[in-house]
Design a protein around this ligand. Sequence first.
Ligand code: IDP
Ligand code: MG
Length: 160
Amino acid sequence: MIERTLVLLKPDAVQRSLMGEVLTRFERVGLKMVACRMVWVDKAFSKQHYAEHVSKPFYPGLESLITQGPVLAFVLEGVDAIEVVRKMVGPTEPKGAAPGTIRGDFAHVSYAHADERKIGIKNLIHASANKDDAKKEIALWFKADELHSYKTVHDMHVLE
Ligand code: IDP
Ligand code: MG
């Protein structure tokens, strides 16, 4: 099943100059970038993107993190892309994220540490959690004419 999923490299990833390293991982497995933009998110847009979390205790820290600098927003396409990208990203808390995952390889902090300091947990990246979220999030971040269809060299191996 060819799917599309929304990925954000959060301000901590952008500020740590990790965009290239992370994008390389997605390119290497043959996922296709079909849209991309750098965006400085404001508080209102954060509340739209993180609507499910707005009333949670960690939301203020999360909002201040996601609005503190530009994010790189992009859409990846591939077979079961939503699940594959979440697998590559790893679990939310870097402390428990396995080596080999993006959060496990580039961060280590715990919820307890973030909560004690009342800061959002710096885990580098967002990826849509399921089909419904992917559809909503892609529509929130991109206009239809910003989503491209084209062939990569992977397509002959992925599709044929
Ligand atoms: P996800 O990014 O792995 O999908 P969600 O539960 O959707 O995780 O949470 C969204 C974001 O909110 C997380 O990536 C993280 O930055 C932040 N967050 C989630 N839970 C906590 C928490 O308990 N303390 C601090 N920050 C949190
Ligand atoms: Mg989530």
